[in-house]
Design a protein around this ligand. Sequence first.
Ligand code: GUN
Length: 293
Amino acid sequence: MAARIIDGKAVAAALRADVAARVAGLGYRPGLAVVLVGDDAASAVYVRNKDRAASGVGIVTRTIRLPAVTAQAELLATVRTLNDDPAIDGILVQLPLPAHLDQRAVIDLIDPAKDVDGLHPINVGRLHGGLPGLAPCTPRGVVKLLDGVSLRGARAVVVGRSALVGRPVAAMLTALDATVTLAHSRTRELEGECRRADVLIAAVGRPEMIRGEWLAHGAVVIDVGINRLADGRLVGDVAYAECAAVAAAITPVPGGVGPMTIACLLENTLDAAIARRACDQKSVQRPFCSQSP
Ligand code: GUN
Protein backbone atom coordinates (compact mmCIF):
# COMPACT_ATOMS: atom_id res chain seq x y z
CA MET A 1 0.00 0.00 0.00
CA ALA A 2 1.27 3.48 -0.80
CA ALA A 3 2.49 5.55 2.13
CA ARG A 4 0.29 8.28 3.56
CA ILE A 5 1.86 11.59 2.59
CA ILE A 6 2.10 13.85 5.62
CA ASP A 7 1.08 17.29 4.33
CA GLY A 8 3.22 19.81 6.22
CA LYS A 9 1.79 22.69 4.22
CA ALA A 10 -1.75 21.92 5.39
CA VAL A 11 -0.74 21.30 9.01
CA ALA A 12 1.28 24.54 9.04
CA ALA A 13 -1.65 26.50 7.55
CA ALA A 14 -3.95 25.16 10.26
CA LEU A 15 -1.42 26.08 12.95
CA ARG A 16 -1.04 29.61 11.55
CA ALA A 17 -4.82 30.01 11.54
CA ASP A 18 -4.94 28.86 15.17
CA VAL A 19 -2.17 31.30 16.16
CA ALA A 20 -3.94 34.12 14.30
CA ALA A 21 -7.19 33.43 16.16
CA ARG A 22 -5.40 33.38 19.52
CA VAL A 23 -3.49 36.59 18.72
CA ALA A 24 -6.76 38.28 17.75
CA GLY A 25 -8.13 37.49 21.20
CA LEU A 26 -5.17 38.93 23.11
CA GLY A 27 -5.96 42.62 23.04
CA TYR A 28 -2.38 43.45 22.05
CA ARG A 29 -0.01 42.38 19.28
CA PRO A 30 3.02 40.27 20.21
CA GLY A 31 6.35 41.58 18.91
CA LEU A 32 8.99 39.50 17.16
CA ALA A 33 12.47 40.88 16.44
CA VAL A 34 14.61 39.18 13.81
CA VAL A 35 18.27 40.13 13.60
CA LEU A 36 19.97 39.50 10.27
CA VAL A 37 23.70 40.15 10.00
CA GLY A 38 25.29 40.25 6.53
CA ASP A 39 23.81 39.52 3.15
CA ASP A 40 23.61 35.74 2.88
CA ALA A 41 20.96 35.24 0.20
CA ALA A 42 19.30 32.17 1.78
CA SER A 43 19.08 33.89 5.17
CA ALA A 44 17.51 36.96 3.56
CA VAL A 45 14.81 34.74 2.02
CA TYR A 46 14.14 32.99 5.38
CA VAL A 47 13.85 36.33 7.14
CA ARG A 48 11.47 37.72 4.53
CA ASN A 49 9.29 34.62 4.88
CA LYS A 50 9.29 34.97 8.67
CA ASP A 51 8.25 38.64 8.38
CA ARG A 52 5.44 37.82 6.02
CA ALA A 53 4.14 34.89 8.07
CA ALA A 54 4.27 36.89 11.32
CA SER A 55 2.39 39.82 9.84
CA GLY A 56 -0.19 37.37 8.50
CA VAL A 57 -1.10 36.24 12.03
CA GLY A 58 -1.05 39.69 13.64
CA ILE A 59 2.45 39.55 15.13
CA VAL A 60 4.41 42.79 14.77
CA THR A 61 7.85 42.13 13.33
CA ARG A 62 10.92 44.26 13.60
CA THR A 63 13.74 43.19 11.31
CA ILE A 64 17.13 44.57 12.21
CA ARG A 65 19.54 44.32 9.30
CA LEU A 66 23.18 44.80 10.22
CA PRO A 67 26.11 44.87 7.79
CA ALA A 68 28.42 41.83 7.48
CA VAL A 69 31.23 43.83 9.12
CA THR A 70 29.23 44.42 12.33
CA ALA A 71 31.42 44.15 15.43
CA GLN A 72 30.61 41.66 18.18
CA ALA A 73 30.06 44.48 20.68
CA GLU A 74 27.53 46.14 18.41
CA LEU A 75 25.59 42.90 17.92
CA LEU A 76 25.57 42.26 21.67
CA ALA A 77 24.33 45.81 22.26
CA THR A 78 21.50 45.19 19.78
CA VAL A 79 20.45 42.04 21.65
CA ARG A 80 20.58 43.90 24.99
CA THR A 81 18.31 46.62 23.61
CA LEU A 82 15.79 44.00 22.43
CA ASN A 83 15.98 42.19 25.78
CA ASP A 84 15.01 45.43 27.50
CA ASP A 85 12.26 46.42 25.05
CA PRO A 86 8.84 45.59 26.53
CA ALA A 87 7.21 45.56 23.07
CA ILE A 88 9.44 42.67 21.99
CA ASP A 89 8.31 39.20 23.03
CA GLY A 90 10.55 37.09 20.81
CA ILE A 91 14.12 37.52 19.58
CA LEU A 92 15.61 35.48 16.78
CA VAL A 93 19.15 36.00 15.56
CA GLN A 94 19.35 34.43 12.11
CA LEU A 95 22.11 31.81 11.86
CA PRO A 96 24.73 31.31 10.66
CA LEU A 97 26.42 34.56 11.65
CA PRO A 98 29.46 35.81 9.72
CA ALA A 99 32.58 33.90 10.80
CA HIS A 100 34.16 36.72 12.84
CA LEU A 101 31.21 36.78 15.26
CA ASP A 102 30.90 34.57 18.34
CA GLN A 103 27.53 32.91 17.84
CA ARG A 104 27.51 31.27 21.27
CA ALA A 105 28.02 34.56 23.11
CA VAL A 106 25.17 36.14 21.16
CA ILE A 107 22.72 33.31 21.87
CA ASP A 108 23.74 33.22 25.53
CA LEU A 109 22.87 36.90 25.88
CA ILE A 110 19.29 36.55 24.60
CA ASP A 111 16.76 36.75 27.44
CA PRO A 112 15.62 33.09 27.81
CA ALA A 113 12.03 34.33 28.15
CA LYS A 114 12.32 35.83 24.62
CA ASP A 115 14.39 33.02 23.10
CA VAL A 116 11.88 31.85 20.49
CA ASP A 117 14.58 29.74 18.83
CA GLY A 118 14.94 27.69 22.02
CA LEU A 119 18.73 27.78 21.76
CA HIS A 120 19.67 29.52 25.01
CA PRO A 121 21.33 27.05 27.43
CA ILE A 122 18.52 27.59 29.95
CA ASN A 123 15.89 26.51 27.41
CA VAL A 124 18.10 23.65 26.19
CA GLY A 125 18.44 22.48 29.80
CA ARG A 126 14.71 22.77 30.41
CA LEU A 127 13.92 20.72 27.32
CA HIS A 128 16.39 17.98 28.18
CA GLY A 129 15.22 18.00 31.80
CA GLY A 130 11.58 17.58 30.74
CA LEU A 131 10.67 21.03 32.10
CA PRO A 132 8.48 23.66 30.40
CA GLY A 133 10.29 26.28 28.33
CA LEU A 134 10.74 27.53 24.78
CA ALA A 135 11.76 24.71 22.42
CA PRO A 136 13.35 24.98 18.96
CA CYS A 137 10.90 25.46 16.09
CA THR A 138 11.85 22.73 13.63
CA PRO A 139 11.75 19.96 16.28
CA ARG A 140 8.38 21.26 17.46
CA GLY A 141 7.19 21.03 13.87
CA VAL A 142 8.49 17.47 13.56
CA VAL A 143 6.58 16.37 16.65
CA LYS A 144 3.38 18.07 15.45
CA LEU A 145 3.62 16.15 12.17
CA LEU A 146 3.64 12.94 14.24
CA ASP A 147 0.22 13.79 15.66
CA GLY A 148 -1.86 10.62 15.54
CA VAL A 149 1.19 8.32 15.38
CA SER A 150 1.48 6.13 18.44
CA LEU A 151 4.77 7.05 20.12
CA ARG A 152 4.43 5.41 23.51
CA GLY A 153 6.98 2.59 23.62
CA ALA A 154 7.71 3.01 19.90
CA ARG A 155 11.28 2.72 18.64
CA ALA A 156 12.28 6.12 17.29
CA VAL A 157 15.58 6.60 15.48
CA VAL A 158 16.83 10.15 14.97
CA VAL A 159 19.64 10.42 12.43
CA GLY A 160 21.64 13.60 13.09
CA ARG A 161 22.70 15.12 16.41
CA SER A 162 22.66 18.85 15.70
CA ALA A 163 21.75 21.31 18.45
CA LEU A 164 19.06 22.81 16.20
CA VAL A 165 17.26 19.57 15.28
CA GLY A 166 18.58 16.11 16.21
CA ARG A 167 19.21 16.56 19.92
CA PRO A 168 16.01 18.48 20.70
CA VAL A 169 13.89 16.06 18.63
CA ALA A 170 15.38 13.17 20.60
CA ALA A 171 14.52 14.91 23.88
CA MET A 172 10.94 15.61 22.76
CA LEU A 173 10.33 12.05 21.58
CA THR A 174 11.76 10.74 24.85
CA ALA A 175 9.30 12.96 26.74
CA LEU A 176 6.52 11.42 24.62
CA ASP A 177 7.54 7.94 25.82
CA ALA A 178 9.30 6.76 22.66
CA THR A 179 12.46 4.67 23.01
CA VAL A 180 14.92 6.89 21.22
CA THR A 181 18.19 6.11 19.46
CA LEU A 182 20.16 9.21 18.51
CA ALA A 183 22.29 8.10 15.57
CA HIS A 184 24.82 10.20 13.65
CA SER A 185 27.64 10.11 11.13
CA ARG A 186 29.83 7.95 13.39
CA THR A 187 27.13 5.40 14.21
CA ARG A 188 28.18 1.83 13.42
CA GLU A 189 25.78 -0.09 11.18
CA LEU A 190 23.51 2.89 10.71
CA GLU A 191 21.44 0.93 8.24
CA GLY A 192 20.60 -1.69 10.88
CA GLU A 193 19.70 1.02 13.40
CA CYS A 194 17.33 2.59 10.89
CA ARG A 195 15.72 -0.75 10.11
CA ARG A 196 14.66 -1.10 13.75
CA ALA A 197 12.76 2.20 13.65
CA ASP A 198 9.00 2.47 13.98
CA VAL A 199 9.56 6.20 13.53
CA LEU A 200 12.58 7.55 11.65
CA ILE A 201 13.61 11.20 11.77
CA ALA A 202 16.24 12.11 9.15
CA ALA A 203 18.18 15.27 9.96
CA VAL A 204 21.69 14.68 8.64
CA GLY A 205 21.92 17.16 5.79
CA ARG A 206 23.03 14.55 3.23
CA PRO A 207 20.89 14.29 0.10
CA GLU A 208 18.89 11.07 -0.17
CA MET A 209 21.12 9.19 2.24
CA ILE A 210 18.33 7.07 3.79
CA ARG A 211 17.44 4.36 1.28
CA GLY A 212 14.20 2.38 0.99
CA GLU A 213 15.97 -0.86 1.96
CA TRP A 214 17.03 0.74 5.27
CA LEU A 215 13.42 0.91 6.45
CA ALA A 216 11.13 -1.55 8.16
CA HIS A 217 7.78 -1.98 6.43
CA GLY A 218 5.25 0.39 7.96
CA ALA A 219 7.77 2.86 9.42
CA VAL A 220 6.79 6.52 9.73
CA VAL A 221 9.41 8.76 8.13
CA ILE A 222 9.96 12.46 8.82
CA ASP A 223 12.52 14.08 6.54
CA VAL A 224 14.02 17.29 7.92
CA GLY A 225 16.65 17.61 5.16
CA ILE A 226 16.49 20.27 2.47
CA ASN A 227 19.32 19.81 -0.02
CA ARG A 228 19.77 21.53 -3.35
CA LEU A 229 21.32 19.19 -5.96
CA ALA A 230 23.66 20.32 -8.75
CA ASP A 231 20.79 19.93 -11.23
CA GLY A 232 18.70 22.37 -9.18
CA ARG A 233 16.35 19.78 -7.64
CA LEU A 234 15.42 20.11 -3.97
CA VAL A 235 15.62 16.80 -2.11
CA GLY A 236 15.55 15.63 1.49
CA ASP A 237 17.85 13.33 3.43
CA VAL A 238 15.55 10.47 2.44
CA ALA A 239 15.35 8.80 -0.99
CA TYR A 240 11.68 9.67 -1.27
CA ALA A 241 10.28 7.31 -3.91
CA GLU A 242 12.07 4.25 -2.50
CA CYS A 243 11.07 5.05 1.06
CA ALA A 244 7.47 5.91 0.20
CA ALA A 245 7.14 2.41 -1.24
CA VAL A 246 8.00 0.87 2.16
CA ALA A 247 6.80 3.41 4.75
CA ALA A 248 3.34 3.75 6.27
CA ALA A 249 3.64 7.55 6.21
CA ILE A 250 6.27 9.99 4.97
CA THR A 251 6.85 13.74 4.65
CA PRO A 252 7.65 15.14 1.19
CA VAL A 253 10.42 17.67 0.46
CA PRO A 254 9.42 20.39 -0.10
CA GLY A 255 6.08 20.65 1.68
CA GLY A 256 6.81 18.53 4.75
CA VAL A 257 8.79 19.82 7.72
CA GLY A 258 9.82 23.09 6.02
CA PRO A 259 6.52 24.98 6.37
CA MET A 260 6.22 23.86 10.01
CA THR A 261 9.33 25.71 11.20
CA ILE A 262 7.96 29.21 10.66
CA ALA A 263 4.49 28.25 11.89
CA CYS A 264 6.06 26.98 15.13
CA LEU A 265 8.12 30.18 15.42
CA LEU A 266 4.85 32.11 15.40
CA GLU A 267 3.43 29.82 18.07
CA ASN A 268 6.59 30.20 20.16
CA THR A 269 6.30 33.98 19.89
CA LEU A 270 2.69 33.85 21.03
CA ASP A 271 3.55 31.51 23.94
CA ALA A 272 6.47 33.75 24.93
CA ALA A 273 4.27 36.87 24.81
CA ILE A 274 1.56 35.38 26.99
CA ALA A 275 3.97 33.91 29.52
CA ARG A 276 6.29 36.92 29.83
CA ARG A 277 3.48 39.44 30.10
CA ALA A 278 1.88 37.28 32.78
CA CYS A 279 5.23 37.42 34.61
CA ASP A 280 5.17 41.20 34.35
CA GLN A 281 1.84 41.16 36.13
CA LYS A 282 3.42 38.95 38.79
CA SER A 283 0.65 36.39 38.32
CA VAL A 284 3.09 33.59 37.48
CA GLN A 285 6.67 32.92 38.29
CA ARG A 286 9.34 31.21 36.20
CA PRO A 287 10.13 29.40 33.93
CA PHE A 288 9.21 31.97 31.28
CA CYS A 289 9.97 35.13 33.24
CA SER A 290 12.90 37.31 32.22
CA GLN A 291 16.03 36.56 34.21
CA SER A 292 17.33 40.10 34.15
CA PRO A 293 16.92 42.15 37.36
N1 GUN B 1 18.99 29.37 10.20
C1 GUN B 1 18.43 28.23 9.67
N2 GUN B 1 17.51 27.73 10.49
C2 GUN B 1 17.47 28.56 11.57
C3 GUN B 1 16.69 28.57 12.75
O1 GUN B 1 15.84 27.71 13.01
N3 GUN B 1 16.94 29.59 13.62
C4 GUN B 1 17.89 30.54 13.37
N4 GUN B 1 18.08 31.49 14.27
N5 GUN B 1 18.61 30.56 12.27
C5 GUN B 1 18.40 29.58 11.38
